[in-house]
Design a protein around this ligand. Structure first.
Ligand code: FAD
Length: 356
């Protein structure tokens, strides 16, 4: 939100249909709950918009591209798949891409002083550049599916933990986007158990949703996200920079992937505008972007690994109702410690501001 404000876009984003999240409620031993307040720590950090905005990514991306189109130098080519790098003298000078039009493929080239691979978790550019990420395997996978939403349903995201599962319902206005977290590698077993067992588990975890689990009729309504977390030891080669998920896939813990990808882009723009205007971006310039962004990324990934081991792994143990250990509960209550996770998730290790 801070970045959007610096770009003069925040009011327009808030006009898009959205919901806000200012606290998260988690179950604790003994059947009660504890609330992780987001609003108060963000206010203490003097953040102007002290909440998380939830809106469908597709609407946000449509909005961003429509704003970008106001710049004469912006050109968006939909349906173009990068399949090759133009490499000359050990430097990357652009990409080769395939366009599928009127039933057949055509091949094209774009030459550039700098190529930025921002092509996500399965980055083709990363693969073409020969970069191998260091992988860690979080202990969970996520099933995604939609369930109907009723007019009298709550506005906020809701969820629960129990019976070795973790479930979250995200408000998508007309429907609930449901994330059902399962222990890593157990999808096949779940599938063999049949859809009725999944429907029953969802209804047991969220009795208020039991009246609509029948909307799940076929497995093809359910998509499996194999959760992975990784990072590149090196984000650049002469003429090429990787940012966002292409450089570091984040675990879903804390929902930081978009923040960290946007912050990479802001830092890259801040540090590379002058060299780009001068017509030459050195490998040293690209290294500065990595140096600025790598530590915040590694710190949040370490924090996510802790949360996975301390919270998610416990929650995914069959029969476990025990979510948050006592030391962690204490951490959330200590004034100087409790704001650290919220700060790292929302702002990162240090603030990132749009330079111009
Ligand atoms: C199911 C799911 C739910 C998530 N929920 C959240 C959340 O609630 N909050 C959060 O912060 N993060 C969430 N994330 C993570 C978040 O989506 C990513 O961290 C973020 O989108 C990364 O941004 P990016 O620009 O690096 O890559 P992406 O957003 O993945 O964008 C990559 C783009 O590159 C394009 N592309 C790929 N290959 C090629 C090619 N060969 N040629 C041309 N273009 C190509 C893709 O089509 C895509 O448009 C979620 C991820 C998943 C999978």
């Amino acid at each position: 939100m801070g970045t959007l404000e610096q770009l003069g876009l925040v009011e327009k984003v808030l006009q898009l249909r959205h919901t806000t999240l200012s606290s998260i409620t988690l179950p604790i031993p003994g059947g009660s709950t504890m609330t992780l307040d987001i609003e108060k720590p963000l206010k203490r950090l003097k953040v102007k918009y002290p909440y998380i905005v939830m809106l469908p990514q597709v609407h946000f991306l449509e909005f961003l591209t429509s704003e970008a189109e106001k710049y004469s130098g912006f050109h968006l080519l939909m349906g173009a798949r990068v399949e090759g790098l133009i490499e000359e003298g050990g430097e990357v000078h652009g990409v080769r891409y395939r366009l599928h039009e009127s039933g057949h493929d055509t091949w094209h080239e774009i030459r550039a002083i700098l190529t930025v691979g921002a092509d996500g978790r399965f980055s083709r550019v990363r693969q073409l550049a020969g970069f191998e990420p260091i992988k860690t395997s979080p202990p969970m996978d996520v099933l995604w599916f939609a369930l109907p939403r009723r007019p009298d349903d709550p506005e906020n995201a809701i969820g629960n933990i129990g019976n070795g599962h973790f479930i979250a319902f995200l408000n998508r206005f007309e429907y609930w986007q449901v994330a059902y977290v399962i222990p890593k590698g157990t999808y096949q077993q779940l599938h063999t158990g049949g859809l009725e067992a999944l429907r029953k588990s969802v209804a047991d975890l969220m009795p208020s949703m039991a009246d609509r689990v029948d909307a799940l009729q076929e497995w093809k309504q359910v998509s499996l996200l194999s959760v992975e977390s990784n990072r590149l030891p090196r984000w650049h080669r002469p003429g090429l920079l990787l940012i966002g998920d292409a450089a570091h896939v984040m675990s879903p813990v804390g929902g930081v992937g978009i923040n960290y990808a946007i912050q990479d882009a802001v830092v890259a723009a801040n540090l590379l505008t002058a060299p780009l205007k001068a017509g030459k971006v050195s490998d040293h310039d690209l290294g500065k972007v990595q140096r600025h962004r790598e530590l915040p990324t590694r710190v949040i990934q370490a924090l996510q690994a802790q949360a996975q081991n301390q919270v998610v792994k416990r929650a995914l143990q069959p029969g476990s109702g025990f979510l948050i250990s006592r030391p962690l509960q204490l951490l959330f209550r200590l004034p100087f410690l409790r704001d650290i996770p919220v700060r790292l998730i929302t702002l990162g290790l240090w603030p990132v501001r749009v330079a111009n």
